[in-house]
Design a protein around this ligand. Structure first.
Ligand code: NAP
Length: 248
């Protein structure tokens, strides 16, 4: 039987790389995106050209009604969900805490944290043996920022990722007897568009000297850790983390 995976924010970056690897491993893939339909469709077409199955679904994962629509569409078009990757995330312009506007803080918290609650709630209702499901696995995409705090850049984002770590530990324990494993990856500096949203497209190359391995990471290197945590090879791992950060 084919397994079905939903990846939030899969039109670009780490989400897109995870979608492609998941398809290569035999999953049918739900590619969620917010605005960039063309990029999401490109991921879908690439998977279809490889002989796989994928669909693109637009939804803002920080809005409850849109998350409900996302899971309904997924269920209708692909079938029962087996794996969820809470990957969608945002950064805003580099600033000190003292200068961060309330609207920005709310956006960063809602898109990075609330989204994980909303998507996990939907997934649990479908996967949990307590609700008649067959079990499944969730991977949250946190960040090394949860440990470093990202001073003078994005403490708000780092705080949100710290919350994702706590969410991972707590939720893992809560659903451990319901056939659902919950883990997280914590990427370091990865070459994606997210740094441009923070106002510095070349950020990874500027700071890669601080990484023990002296290089930035590729989205595919994060995707491999995510797919491992979702796989049966990780069957006794829950509430844990893989740092994909070159030793940082
Ligand atoms: P990215 O290249 O900027 O891609 C972000 C993705 O999220 C896009 O697919 C975007 O969709 C989607 N998205 C944004 N807001 C959304 C929303 N409200 N609802 C649904 N989708 C939304 O980012 P990335 O670097 O691959 O980051 C992926 C995850 O890794 C994030 O959680 C990020 O915090 C984490 N991370 C990244 C790094 C890094 O160095 N890159 C390091 C540590 C952790 P559209 O294309 O439609 O805009």
């Amino acid at each position: 039987m084919k397994k079905n995976i939903l990846i939030t924010g899969a039109s670009r970056g780490i989400g897109a790389a995870t979608a492609l690897l998941a398809a290569k491993e035999g999953y049918q893939v739900g590619v969620n995106y917010l605005n960039n339909h063309e990029a999401a469709q490109k991921v879908v077409t690439t998977i279809q050209n490889l002989g796989g199955t994928a669909i693109a679904i637009k939804a803002d994962v920080s809005v409850r009604e849109q998350v409900a629509h996302l899971f309904d569409e997924f269920d209708k078009r692909l079938g029962p969900i087996h794996a969820l990757v809470n990957n969608a995330g945002i950064l805003e312009t580099q600033k000190n805490v003292v200068d961060m506007e309330v609207e920005r803080l709310v956006r960063v918290i809602n898109i990075n944290i609330l989204s994980c609650f909303l998507c996990s709630q939907e997934a649990i209702r479908k996967m949990s043996t307590r609700y008649g499901g067959e079990g499944g696995a969730i991977v949250n995409v946190s960040s090394v920022a949860a440990r470093t705090g990202s001073p003078n850049e994005y403490v708000d984002y780092a705080v949100a990722k710290g919350a994702i770590d706590t969410f991972t530990v707590g939720l893992a324990k809560e659903v451990a007897t319901e056939g659902i494993r919950v883990n997280a990856v914590r990427p370091g500096f990865i070459y994606t568009d997210i740094h441009a949203s923070g106002g510095e497209p070349g950020r990874v190359d500027r700071i890669k000297g601080n990484v023990p391995m002296k290089r930035g990471g590729q989205p595919e290197e994060v995707a491999k850790a995510i797919l491992w945590l979702l796989s049966d090879a990780a069957s006794y791992s829950t509430g844990t983390f893989i740092d994909v950060a070159g030793g940082r």
